[in-house]
Design a protein around this ligand. Sequence first.
Ligand code: FAD
Length: 300
Amino acid sequence: MQTERLEKELPGFKKNIALSDYTTFKIGGPAKYFYTAKNQEEFLKAISLAKELKLPFFVLGGGSNILVSDDGFNGIVIRNQCSNFNIKDNRILVEAGVRLETLVSISMENQLAGLEWGAGIPGTVGGAIRGNAGAFGEAIGDIVQEVEIFNLKTEAKEKLSKSDCQFFYKESIFKKDNNLIILSAQMEFLKNNPEEAEINKQKMINYSINRQKTQPLKFPSAGCVFKNPPDVSAGHLIDQCGLRGKTINNVQISEKHANFFINLGQGRAADVRELIEIAKKTVKDKLNIQLEEEIQYLGF
Ligand SMILES: Cc1cc2nc3c(=O)[nH]c(=O)nc-3n(C[C@H](O)[C@H](O)[C@H](O)COP(=O)(O)OP(=O)(O)OC[C@H]3O[C@@H](n4cnc5c(N)ncnc54)[C@H](O)[C@@H]3O)c2cc1C
């Protein structure tokens, strides 16, 4: 009955899909159901239907900040690929399924400054806003002016101002309240003259070079596993505890960047979890600092 409704109302919906194919970690068991929404109508329909059928659902962006259990997810994964955008003067209205990399390119092409730091960050605008993604001292919350959401509680679309979003380091209202599904955002950039635009382009290139030098980009990962505690990098703390290079089966704390855990091939979520627990316990015992995960869990 449930499957029939989903099949009828969500054309292209799939069953028993390996989530490892949809995460940058290349780890994760199957989703019972899987649906890719290409526009807002499809996205909202899938959410409403999941709610009506009392089916657990998970909104997936680029899968670049999640660890999915080896047992997978017993519900429907709704992948957001709503990718419209509209540029007006120094503002871009962008749907949540647009890839952050695409938004970086669009802003650069239009001589709009403010997202140079985002080059090389995988994932979507929706995922970035939820986690207030950032790098090199800047974050997406700095340029977000307004976010349109679908509120699962009121079952209506609403607009949140920048201050409503409660952005701070790797945090936002969206992390605290899972009822708020991000549909689109209005971003405000700084309009550059051609000379400034060239300087900003170079800034972006330098950030990318820095990533290549410092991050293990040849291996699947979910980026930084832990948030940085105040005034210190989590990678440095893990390194100080002698855990750089520690390996469990096919998952390793990267030699290149100790806050990146890498999948050496056929890595399992259970091994990632074990390494996470070891890192947290060791850093707490040796340095009395409590590490907190930046990555989000699904299916545990
Ligand atoms: C090589 C590498 C480098 C990285 N570098 C950085 C970095 O420099 N800075 C940084 O901050 N991060 C970094 N990351 C982590 C990651 O890319 C970002 O956090 C990214 O913004 C996550 O977006 P996503 O679409 O992949 O989210 P997903 O992993 O798909 O989802 C993350 C969370 O957001 C939720 N979500 C997704 N879309 C929506 C929506 N529309 N509404 C509500 N909730 C939603 C999901 O349900 C989930 O809880 C890196 C990752 C990798 C692999």
